[in-house]
Design a protein around this ligand. Structure first.
Ligand code: HEC
Ligand code: HEC
Ligand code: HEC
Ligand code: HEC
Length: 126
């Protein structure tokens, strides 16, 4: 009986590790694996610390959902990657993947006059 509980507990523990390893809490950079031939280093983005410091509570600020060109107020898409919707080239009003990232990140930094806008600040040389 005791052995079974220990087994269940270790299984739960192992699962917890697997789950946290893929959560935004551990994220330090945005993955560039979706670009076929990346030219720059992965962009620095410590998801949780960044959003706390920038005081962004609304996930849909970045993980948005659009319907007929309108951003839906109470929907978000954090279970998807930007590349699930944004293609390498722009389609109509939907910006290309690279542009989507740059407009999202730099757009806000410019607007708030806070956060990096120079290439090397987000894509460090090494
Ligand atoms: C505010 C942060 C930020 C700044 C500033 C920024 N980028 Fe990016 N860039 C990103 C993010 C995020 C991505 C997508 C994820 C990734 O590449 O890690 C990206 C992707 C790219 C890509 C496509 C992926 C690749 O490596 O080929 C290129 C090229 C690129 N950036 C070049 C630049 C250049 C050139 C500048 C300066 C004019 C610049 N970026 C400034 C955040 C930034
Ligand atoms: C400032 C922009 C921004 C905000 C705000 C934001 N995220 Fe993210 N998040 C990102 C980016 C960029 C990625 C990477 C997307 C990609 O790879 O296509 C990401 C990835 C994720 C991932 C996947 C993590 C992984 O390791 O694969 C989860 C889960 C997530 N975010 C949840 C959330 C939740 C929940 C909120 C609201 C509490 C939130 N995000 C707010 C930008 C943001
Ligand atoms: C569920 C699909 C979907 C996902 C996931 C998605 N987008 Fe979008 N995005 C769209 C559509 C559709 C548009 C075009 C909106 C319009 O019609 O003007 C758009 C427009 C944009 C725009 C231009 C308008 C604006 O809001 O400034 C940016 C920038 C952008 N997306 C960045 C991102 C980033 C960064 C991510 C990932 C964190 C992301 N998107 C995830 C569907 C998506
Ligand atoms: C809605 C606004 C907003 C969006 C979207 C946003 N940022 Fe920021 N970012 C900020 C603010 C505000 C700061 C300054 C926070 C502070 O006061 O330290 C900042 C700071 C940063 C910094 C420097 C501090 C740190 O956390 O290392 C980096 C790097 C950064 N942002 C990268 C990004 C990237 C990459 C994206 C896109 C995936 C992004 N940001 C999207 C608002 C935003």
């Amino acid at each position: 009986m005791k052995k079974n509980i220990a087994l269940v507990l270790s299984a739960v523990f192992a699962l917890a590790i697997v789950v946290t390893a893929h959560s935004q809490e551990d994220m330090t950079h945005v993955g560039n694996d979706v670009f076929p031939d990346p030219q720059r280093s992965r962009a620095v983005f410590a998801h949780e610390d960044h959003n706390l410091a920038a005081e962004i509570d609304d996930c849909s600020e970045c993980h948005h959902v659009y319907e007929d060109g309108e951003k839906l107020e109470y929907e978000s898409s954090e279970d998807m990657r930007c590349a699930d919707c944004h293609e390498l080239a722009s389609v109509g009003d939907q910006p290309s993947l690279r542009k989507a990232f740059h407009v999202n990140c730099m757009g806000c930094h410019l607007q708030r006059k806070k956060g990096p806008i120079m290439c090397g600040e987000c894509h460090p040389k090494s």
